[in-house]
Each structure stands twice: as C-alpha cells, then as structure tokens.
Design a protein around this ligand. Structure first.
Ligand SMILES: *[C@@H]1O[C@H](CO)[C@@H](O)[C@H](O)[C@H]1NC(C)=O
Ligand SMILES: *[C@@H]1O[C@H](CO)[C@@H](O)[C@H](O)[C@H]1NC(C)=O
Ligand SMILES: *[C@@H]1O[C@H](CO)[C@@H](O)[C@H](O)[C@H]1NC(C)=O
Length: 474
C-alpha cells in the first residue's frame, strides 16, 4: 500500500457492516426453499475446527437484463439465531470487499492465518450477538459480477443503493425465516455513503408498501465519509495536531482543498496533498501508531508473537492481514466451497478493485441531507470513530455531526469496557449517538475487537455505552 495519494485512494477505505441483537418473532420455516439449502457452506479448506452455527454463501441476481449478481456470505448467530437480530455489514472503498475486510479481518467469525491457508475463529465475532450478513457491492467488487462488462466501470452511489435494496428484497425471499426480523445496517469508511443511502431507500420503499419485509431498525457507521467539506477540515486539523505535517502545509491544505471533493480533487489540491504525503512519510494512515505492512514486517513481528500472553485469545496486531486473505480467497478449492461462479467473476480476487474505484460516477459531496431525513424516521442512528485513523479521523466526524446542529441529550463522557479501562468517549444527541474508540484505527473491529463487540452489544440493546462499574471488594 502506498501512502501517495492517500486521501484519494479511497479504494483502501473500508466500510463495516452491521448486526443486531433484540429478539425477533420470525418463525423458522421447517422447509426452506431449495436455493437456501444449496447455498449452505459445510466445511472450508483450512478449517480445522467445528462451528455451532450454520453459514451460507452465494449469489443474488439484482438485475436480470444486465446480468448483475451480488455475492453474499451469511452467518447465523452462534446461539439461538431465531431470537437474534439481523445485521448487514458493508465495507467501502468504493471498490472494497466486505468479505475481505468485514468478514476476514473485522467482525466475522473466520479470520485467515499468516500462511494464507488456515482459518482461525475470531473470539469477538459479531455473530455472538446477531446474525451477520456480508455483501460485496457493487458489481466488480470481490466476487460480485455483471455479465455486462461495462457495468463495473459505471458504478456510483445511486445504482449501488438500488442494487443493494433489490439484493435485500431477493435475499429475504431466499431466507424467509428472517423476514420481519429486526434489521440493522452497519459499515465503515465509504460505506458512510452506502449505509445511510440504503437505509433511506428502505425507509422510502417501506412507506410505499404495506408489507414490511425489511424491518429496518437502525444503522451504525464508523470512520465514515459523511460530508466532504467538514471531513476535509477534520483531516487537515488531525494531521497538524498530531504533528504529522508542517504549519505551512496545513495552511496550504486549508486554502486549496477545503471545498474539494474527496473522490475527485483539483490539481492544485492534489499537489498540496502530495506535499503532505512527503512530510508524513511511510506510515499507515489508517492506523498511525501501528507499523505498516512492509516487506520486513514478518521479521519485525516475530518478537511480538512471542510476547503473546498465554490463555488470552488476543493476537498481536498483524498489519498484513489483507495479504493473507488475498492468498486464501484465490484458492480454487475455497472458491468452490463458497459457491463462487469462477467463470463469471473476475479472474483474480482482490480485496479492493481499482477499476471500480477509479471509474466511480456519482458521489454526492454530503450525505447530511440523508441524515436529516432519517433522523425523523424513528430508526436508531449511531456513529463511531476509531481515534487513531488519519483517513477519516475523529475530528472529521465531529465537524460533520456538529453541522447537523442536534440538541444534546447526554453530554460528553468517557465510556468503560468491562476491564475498567476507558474504551473511548461518547455523546448522545437527539436521534443520534456518537462513540469514539480509543486507540483504534480506521477499521475499529480490527484494532479493538473486544471494544467493538461491546459497541455492537450496546447499540443493538439500545443502551448507552457502559459506565465505570464500581467494584466493591478490590
Ligand atoms: C468435528 O466434528 C466431527 C463430527 O462430529 C468429529 O469427528 C471431529 O473430530 C470434530 N473435529 C474437531 C476438531 O473437533
Ligand atoms: C451470466 O452469464 C452466465 C453465462 O451465460 C450465466 O450462467 C449466468 O446465470 C449469468 N448471470 C446472471 C446474473 O444473469
Ligand atoms: C529489509 O531488511 C533488509 C535486511 O535487514 C534491509 O537490507 C532492507 O533495506 C529492509 N527493507 C526495508 C524496506 O526496510
């Protein structure tokens, strides 16, 4: 990963999906439709453990004329799935795969070992608390494809929302036992566009139809692209305040880039960003205090592994996880196991598609208008932010939320994880809750998996983030 053009290289921006938690009344059909059975994944190559939950992978056709099909992978909750909510998780880019990020290194149950061949169980998988659905969208991303090849070069926000809505309607046909279940949408990064836009499409669809097949209860986004103007101001301020760029470059960025689009910027702004890149040097912009994945990382990482505490399921942070999944998901036996149409899908599986990213069409400068519409629709809206991300930093998100001018319901305070440590900070507004995750980068569940599980639990239960529990006998 190069740090050049880091602001533009949104193909590296990753979006997260969502899950949910409250009991649902859906009755489980004793006789699921045939395609659901065909999509069942029994055993994966490199899986040398058994799991208690069922999972399914396959395609849903979202447009018959063009032949557009989206790839999904669905994991039932590991206990009592029928009583748990359904959470969709979306990664961003645009062009990045939710299988690559959301599933294989963030909230999914299966993560990939360094050898690129073996799987291990993520102890903080969100399927502890919900049924979780990963979707590669739009076409050209991950295993999703179109039989009209130009489609992959003509993606944009509008068609992504339309196709994703169609996907959900079809998916609930295939999985009727989840119809009417409490449904939440989550995502990160460029999914800061996809998630509110899809939520809006569902709310509008539901208002036109009596039958509520998609029982949308809320959405949650993290390190989310929200409003180009405020997000930019926040990026420049963050880079300057943590001491990554000079005063001069800070001033230059504010003058030349403040009104620029995140996706397509002017030449003058690009030049200023180039200066910033030079000054910043070779660090991981998605997580500024952890080492980047360099050729020498395996050597560097060795001592860390040895320091691992016995009995703790926490692993040393590995910045090269994308490489391991690139090996794994290109194995033909893996693709067979998850029902990939290898004849139609791209020849080589990539975590992010540059072609999709570089040919992105419509991308509004702001989705705050979507928030303004949805804030009155009664759904639960949460925004979280890992505070060591320099790509869409906590400062950006604070400026974007501030622009909504919402009254405060519960003031700024620290929240605590069950180990008594400050997990981050939170503030509750009318209709929206903001949560930071201390020490997490762009992909919060990758960097702080335990805190991310606490976050989704609170979100789905409708409770505030936990306060410090007073322990009486110390
Ligand atoms: C998984 O389950 C099978 C069938 O019950 C059993 O034979 C096998 O030993 C189990 N594997 C592990 C790793 O527990
Ligand atoms: C794409 O074309 C192939 C080959 O004709 C066909 O098998 C497949 O069903 C088509 N996919 C879609 C989504 O229409
Ligand atoms: C990697 O390590 C080798 C041997 O120590 C060194 O020669 C090389 O410059 C290092 N490469 C990088 C990118 O740091």
């Amino acid at each position: 990963m190069t740090t050049l053009n880091w602001v533009f290289n949104l193909s590296l921006i990753i979006c997260v999906a969502k899950l949910h938690f409250i009991s649902c009344r859906a009755s489980f059909s004793p006789d699921p439709p045939n395609q659901q059975l065909l999509d069942r994944v029994l055993k994966l190559p490199g899986q040398n453990f058994n799991v208690s939950f069922a999972h399914y992978a396959g395609y849903v056709t979202v447009n018959k004329e063009s032949g557009r099909a989206l790839f999904y992978w669905f994991f039932e909750a590991d206990e009592d799935p029928s009583s748990k909510p359904l959470v969709l998780w979306l990664n961003g880019g645009p062009g990045c795969s939710s299988i690559a990020y959301g599933l294989a290194e963030e909230i999914g149950p299966f993560h990939v070992e360094k050898d690129g061949k073996t799987l291990y169980l993520n102890p903080y998988s969100w399927n502890k608390v919900a049924n979780i659905l990963f979707l590669d969208s739009p076409v050209g991303v991950g295993f999703s494809y179109s039989n009209t090849s130009s489609d992959s070069l003509n993606n944009g926000d509008k068609r992504t929302a339309t196709d994703n809505l169609e996907f959900l309607l079809q998916w609930f046909e295939r999985f009727p036992q989840y119809r009417g279940s409490d449904f939440y949408i989550t995502g990160e990064s460029y999914a800061g566009h996809y998630v509110p836009q899809l939520s809006q499409a569902i709310v509008r669809h539901n208002s036109k139809n009596d039958q509520k097949i998609i029982n949308l209860k809320g959405f949650m986004v993290g390190n989310a692209l929200t409003d180009d103007f405020h997000d930019h101001l926040g990026v420049f301020q963050f880079l300057w305040s943590v001491g990554m760029i000079s005063d001069q470059t800070f001033k230059q960025l504010n003058v030349l880039c403040d009104f620029q689009s995140f996706i397509h910027a002017s030449e003058r702004c690009e030049k200023a960003l180039g200066n910033a890149d030079e000054e910043i040097g070779d660090i991981d912009m998605y997580s500024i205090f952890t080492p980047p994945c360099t050729a020498n990382f395996s050597r560097l990482s060795h001592p860390w592994k040895r320091n691992r505490k016995v009995g703790l399921l926490r692993r040393a942070y590995d910045p090269c996880t994308e490489r391991h999944s690139t090996v794994y998901f290109n194995l033909p036996e893996v693709q067979n196991a998850i029902h990939v149409h290898s004849k139609n899908s791209p020849l080589k599986w990539e975590t992010c598609s540059d072609a999709v990213n570089e040919n992105w069409k419509d991308s509004p400068r702001s989705v705050l208008n979507v928030y303004r519409e949805l804030l009155h629709s009664g759904i639960r809206i949460w925004i979280f932010s890992g505070d060591t991300d320099a790509v869409i930093p906590v400062t950006s998100t604070r400026y974007s939320i501030d622009a909504l001018k919402l009254p405060t319901v519960s003031p700024w305070r620290a929240w605590y994880d069950d180990d008594g440590q400050v997990g981050g900070w939170t503030q509750e507004y009318e209709g929206l809750t903001f949560v930071t995750v201390r020490g997490a980068g762009h992909e919060v569940p990758l960097h702080k998996p335990k805190q991310a599980l606490t976050l989704i639990k609170s979100y789905l239960s409708g409770n505030s983030m936990p306060k410090l529990e007073l322990v009486s006998d110390l």
